[in-house]
Design a protein. Structure first.
Length: 538
């Protein structure tokens, strides 16, 4: 892990009262500053972007999960560009993003100007960090300032780039290299950004970063699935007014508080609500239960918002509820519980919200996601691999989740004991509850002869040794064909009605009977697919 960036000494050059209250002044000397250490995957991403530029690509889309260090990556790219004499304009739409970018640039020794309210201009710097609304108002909509020259244009949270203000600024730099950065490279409806970018450069996925120890894993609980029938959808997501009416009900809000007390272990928590009134209602219910909770929304004064979030980070309050304020640009590693009370059809928004609690922090081993929105059943787990696309006519896809509930993968459900999200027919990963297999009322199943009693309950007549031998043969087929071991699990369950419970089974070459059974299942599957295609075409 890289060492934390040190806080810079204060600067008196601008004089008191001239520097914005939300961005630290970086007009100090470069003495003692050195390029920060990149994680190996970050260094690889930097190299891939450099290679893409060398190959003539001029519109690059950096895709990296929340908390993977996108700003660290781009700061290193800007540092190298400045050393080569290139000018860079970094754009962001939120003050938190500008502050983060400024801090990271300072850490790598790059002095820069900041174009934002209440901040003195420094047009002579080769690197400029600009608020998109401010730059548009001052240099595009009016002529109060000139657009700063730039060889490289960097846009943070670039999934917003189709907005008019973004487009106007991009069009003003036709010869600049454009680098967008985001965790979710898609529009609100999931479609690609190919009208703006030429190539995607992807960092490791959430699952890979969890495996490498850069992020913490998530545990899901889904105590409630809301009924959203009739809620209208516009621009790829639910209409907020109708959504709020459906979700801001006393019983549902009370359910959120009850399950938080039961499941959260009193962790520091962020709650995403459907709107301001819903967020306030949830905060009030937590307070009635004696829990320290605060609310923020877009109208909350900046100083008050910062104070509330600082109290959450310090553990002085336990919960912050919000209405679409903390989806982007907010980092608080000590927060390890997320309450989703805001259903969404947008995969991008879902990933942005869930990614907020995956950052590492001392003593933090995992993150809890209490899903009162049914989002996990709609979008899948936060660490599922996502297939991103630039195609404007295609949508980002979670293929792993799309296949759940089909022939090869069990669907998601909740544990009847603790409400943790689990795979159907599998034990609960949290409390260990195990489902009881239900016998089927069939005479002949999958080509195997079974005994049928007078109540037409079928039961397999295979002893434990034969089952173990069959499972070992399935493992051999997995290894031989390059399948995941989960294939053997599901095939065993398909034949015997229960999951295998063997530790470290050694592969065994399959006999003719096992090969014939596997082949019969493949034939049956192919026929089923053919029937579905025929029925859908008729």
């Amino acid at each position: 892990m890289p060492p934390p960036n040190g806080s810079p000494p204060p600067c008196d050059q601008h004089g008191k009262g001239q520097v914005s209250s939300w961005i630290e002044c970086r007009h100090d000397s470069n003495v003692g500053r050195a390029p920060q250490t990149l994680w190996p995957f970050q260094a690889e991403v930097v190299a891939r972007i450099a290679a893409a530029r060398a190959a003539g690509r001029r519109r690059l889309l950096l895709v990296a999960p929340t908390a993977s260090g996108k700003t660290v990556i781009i700061a290193d790219i800007i540092r190298a560009a400045a050393m080569a004499g290139e000018r860079t304009l970094f754009l962001a739409h939120r003050r938190e993003l500008l502050s983060q970018a400024s801090a990271k640039l300072y850490a790598v020794g790059i002095d820069h100007g900041i174009i934002a309210p209440e901040f003195p201009s420094r047009p002579g710097e080769r690197v400029q960090v600009a608020s998109i609304p401010t730059l548009h108002a001052r240099a595009v909509r009016s002529s109060r300032i000139e657009l700063p020259p730039a060889d490289i244009l960097v846009i943070d949270e670039t999934h917003h780039c189709r907005a008019r203000t973004y487009r106007k600024i991009i069009e003003a730099y036709p010869d600049a290299v454009l680098i967008g950065m985001t965790a979710t490279p898609c529009r609100g409806d999931g479609r690609g950004l190919g009208n703006v970018f030429q190539e995607i450069v992807e960092a490791p996925s959430v699952a890979e970063l969890i495996s490498g120890g850069y992020l913490v894993p998530a545990k899901y609980f889904a105590p409630y699935r809301p009924d959203l029938k009739g809620v209208r959808v516009e621009r790829g997501d639910y209409v907020e007014r109708q959504l709020a009416e459906r979700m801001d009900i006393g019983t549902l809000v009370g359910d959120i508080v009850t399950h938080w007390i039961k499941l959260s272990e009193r962790r520091r928590t962020v709650v995403f609500a459907t709107g301001v009134a819903h967020s306030v209602h949830i905060r009030d219910e937590f307070r009635r239960a004696g829990i320290m909770a605060e609310h923020i929304d877009g109208s909350t004064p900046i100083k008050e918002r910062d104070a509330i979030l600082a109290q959450l980070a310090a553990g002085k309050i336990e919960i912050v509820t919000n209405a679409m304020v903390l989806t982007e640009g907010w980092d608080s590693p000590s927060v390890s519980c997320l309450v989703l009370a805001r259903p969404t059809k947008s995969l991008g928004l879902y990933i942005q919200m869930t990614g907020r609690v995956l950052r590492r922090s001392p003593g933090k081993t995992d993150a809890l996601i209490l899903d009162h929105a049914g989002a996990v059943f709609h979008h899948g787990f936060v660490d599922d691999p996502i297939i991103w696309t630039l195609d404007e006519d295609k949508r980002a896809e979670n293929r792993a989740h799309a296949s759940r509930g089909g022939h090869e993968r069990p669907g998601l459900t909740t544990c009847p004991e603790c409400k943790a999200v689990r795979f159907r027919s599998q034990p609960c990963p949290v409390c260990g509850w195990r489902p009881k297999p239900k016998p089927g009322a069939v005479d002949v199943e999958d080509g195997d002869l079974v005994h049928v009693d007078r109540h037409r309950r079928g039961s397999m007549r295979a002893d434990e040794a034969a089952q173990y031998r069959f499972y070992r043969q399935l493992i051999w087929i997995c290894d031989d064909r390059g399948y995941e071991r989960g294939w053997a699990w599901h095939k065993f369950q398909e034949r015997y009605g229960n999951w295998p419970n063997y530790r470290n089974p050694q592969p065994l070459p399959p006999d003719d009977a096992t090969r014939a059974w596997v082949r019969s299942r493949q034939i049956a599957y192919a026929r089923a697919m053919a029937r579905r295609r025929q029925e859908s075409g008729s």
